[in-house]
Structures are given as structure tokens and as C-alpha cells.
Ligand binder design. Structure first.
Ligand code: AMP
Length: 210
């Protein structure tokens, strides 16, 4: 199954991607995580992406499209995958189509902007494996420690209130038009993301598994 998770930054895409991944046994691919890894290891890709990411802007389409193409060519993607954070623009969606990727379902997690800004302050990510948590909505079993790999949980540099507002503007201008793009293809499933993680996940899995 080929799935896309849409939604504003902080809507809970990463958490839901991990839950779907565990249930359907297909990899969750986060372009944000791949870029953060590249940044950490100081590769050319990381250097190219840094200024855009720090400012809350999108990394240029050609850079992320090439990166994604390479990732989905890996053997673990042969039975499907969940895309978290890609596509983020209409040209990225068109590039997916041009690669011959036939998307089954696009899950749009809806959270009002005013909730996003407060939610982001509680978000923590594992610096080792990228798993995401929330101090209130999805806390780890042991404070500051990743349940999955025991890595340290940290706050992302671009999760400060000012950058989050910029990322929301970018989301509304450049990513939100994808809702109509996929609705026109009859693939969009909208879910209320302003609820408990488990309740949202149950709705999504019901939609996917029937
Ligand atoms: P995320 O972890 O998905 O919130 O992504 C963090 C940052 O990585 C974004 O604010 C962008 O700067 C960059 N990024 C991730 N995915 C994409 C994409 N599909 N297109 C452009 N930039 C991206």
C-alpha cells in the first residue's frame, strides 16, 4: 500500500506514520528525518538544506525529489510505504506521479493553527532514531528517553514559536493545495487530529483496513 500523510507541521504525522508502519509492516519515510540525518552527518545534501530548514522554509523541490527517488528505490519499499512530509508542493506530487508511484490513500490530519503552536512546544524527538513524542499527548515511558532505542529526546531547533508560525504560513501557501489535488482523485481521507493519538490512529486504521 502506498500512503501519504498530509497535515500541518505538528499535526502528529510522525506519530501516526509509526503506528501505521507497525500495523501494516511497510516503512515510514520522513523526508524531514532524512534531511536532519544529512545535516547531522555534514553531507552535501545537509549543507544545501540547512538554511532552508533553520528558517522554516521548504528545501527546493529538485533536492527533495531526488532524495525521495533514491529512498523509495530501496528494497524495503517494494511492498509499499508511508510518506510523512512528502509531497509538500504540487510539483513534488507531480514528480511522484511521473515516477509511476500510484498512491492508494492520502490521510490528512487536521489540527487548527492555534492548537499547533502550543502543541509544538511539547514536542520531543529522539536524536538517534527520529521517533516523535509529546510531553502531554504521547509521553515516553521514561522521561527524556526514547522507548524504541533509548536515545535522548530533544526539542527540534525549528520547533520554536516563531519558526513554527513561519512553517504554518508555508504549509497553508504551498502544501494545503495538495488536499484539492488528491480530493479530485478521490484519494483524500480527512481525520480530526485534535484528539488522543490512539483515537486518531483507530480512525485511520479503520479507513485503511475497512
Ligand atoms: P518535517 O520534519 O517534515 O517537519 O520537516 C522539517 C523541515 O525539512 C521542513 O521545514 C523543510 O525545511 C524540510 N522538508 C522536509 N520535507 C520536505 C519536502 N517534502 N519538501 C521541502 N522541504 C522539506
Amino acid at each position: 500500500m502506498m500512503l501519504i500523510l498530509l497535515g500541518a507541521p505538528g499535526a502528529g504525522k510522525g506519530t501516526q506514520a509509526e503506528l501505521i508502519c507497525q500495523r501494516l509492516h511497510i516503512p515510514a519515510i520522513s523526508t524531514g528525518n532524512i534531511l536532519r540525518e544529512a545535516l547531522k552527518s555534514g553531507t552535501e545534501l545537509g549543507q544545501k538544506a540547512k538554511t532552508f530548514m533553520d528558517a522554516g522554509n521548504l528545501v527546493p523541490d529538485d533536492v527533495v525529489i531526488d532524495m525521495l527517488k533514491e529512498r523509495i528505490a530501496q528494497p524495503d519499499c517494494k511492498d509499499g510505504f508511508i510518506l510523512d512530509g512528502f509531497p509538500r508542493t504540487i510539483p513534488q506530487a507531480e514528480a511522484l506521479d511521473a515516477m509511476g508511484v500510484v498512491i492508494d490513500r492520502v490521510i490528512d490530519i487536521e489540527v487548527p493553527d492555534e492548537k499547533i503552536v502550543t502543541r509544538m512546544s511539547g514536542r520531543r524527538v529522539c536524536e538517534k532514531c527520529g521517533a516523535s513524542y509529546h510531553l502531554v499527548y504521547n509521553p515516553p515511558k521514561v522521561e527524556g528517553v526514547c522507548d524504541k532505542c533509548a536515545g535522548a529526546l530533544v526539542q527540534r531547533k525549528d520547533d520554536n514559536a516563531e519558526t513554527v508560525r513561519d512553517r504554518l504560513t508555508v504549509y497553508h501557501n504551498q502544501t494545503e493545495p495538495l488536499k484539492s489535488y488528491y480530493a479530485a482523485q478521490g484519494k483524500l481521507f480527512e481525520v480530526n487530529g485534535d484528539r488522543d493519538v490512539e483515537v486518531i490512529s483507530a480512525d485511520i486504521l479503520k479507513e485503511l483496513e475497512g
